[in-house]
Write a protein that binds this ligand. Structure first.
Ligand code: ADP
Length: 165
């Protein structure tokens, strides 16, 4: 079951929240900053031991002070016009996040709209990739949640989901 909600992802009581991280994994702006603030300083200490993450890959950490048990850090592509492997890299983010979640017995997982903030990925194609991947994995989880930060974004997700079902 894919759920589309509008919320601050740091408040969700799920097994894992996905973070739209950067390659250093040491925190940044947007959802990354919010997750690091809410999880507390131990998250950064832990992430230091991971020694970074390449674009399209995913790493897992404890959630520390978050209600979520884990944070799955995935590094989305920076939008550079669309002919720099951005679609394949964004798809890889979702797939690798799902795979690392399955490996860690995660039953409920929440995603932000990876790459659509500071990284500038246009929302429509990013949402299509997110929904395609979620439909491919939804049967292996109890809950797959898209956590939008605005009602406008949630509306787009609902449209794309309706079109793809
Ligand atoms: P990126 O660098 O991958 O583009 P951003 O954090 O800038 O990541 O933005 C990704 C998405 O996360 C955007 O749609 C933004 O509105 C959303 N976002 C920002 N803060 C939060 C939050 N606390 N909870 C959920 N989504 C958030």
């Amino acid at each position: 079951m894919i759920e589309i909600i509008t919320a601050d992802i740091t408040t969700l009581e799920v097994d894992a929240v996905v973070n739209a991280a950067n390659r250093s994994l040491l925190g940044g702006g947007g959802v990354d900053g919010a997750i690091h603030r809410a999880a507390g300083p131990l998250l950064k200490d832990y992430c230091r031991t991971l020694k970074g993450c390449r674009t399209g890959e995913a790493r897992i950490s404890p959630g520390f002070e978050l209600p979520a048990r884990y944070v799955i850090h995935s590094v989305g592509p920076v939008w550079k016009g669309g002919d720099h492997y951005e679609p394949a890299l964004l798809k890889a983010c979702y797939q690798n996040s799902f795979e690392i979640a399955l490996y860690n017995d995660v039953r409920s997982i929440a995603f932000p709209a990876i790459s659509t903030g500071v990284y500038g990925y246009p929302k429509q194609p990013a949402t299509e990739i997110a929904i395609t991947c979620m439909l491919a994995y939804e049967d292996r989880f109890d809950r797959v949640i898209t956590c939008c930060f605005s009602e406008t974004d949630a509306g787009l997700y609902r449209e794309v989901l309706a079109a793809q079902r």
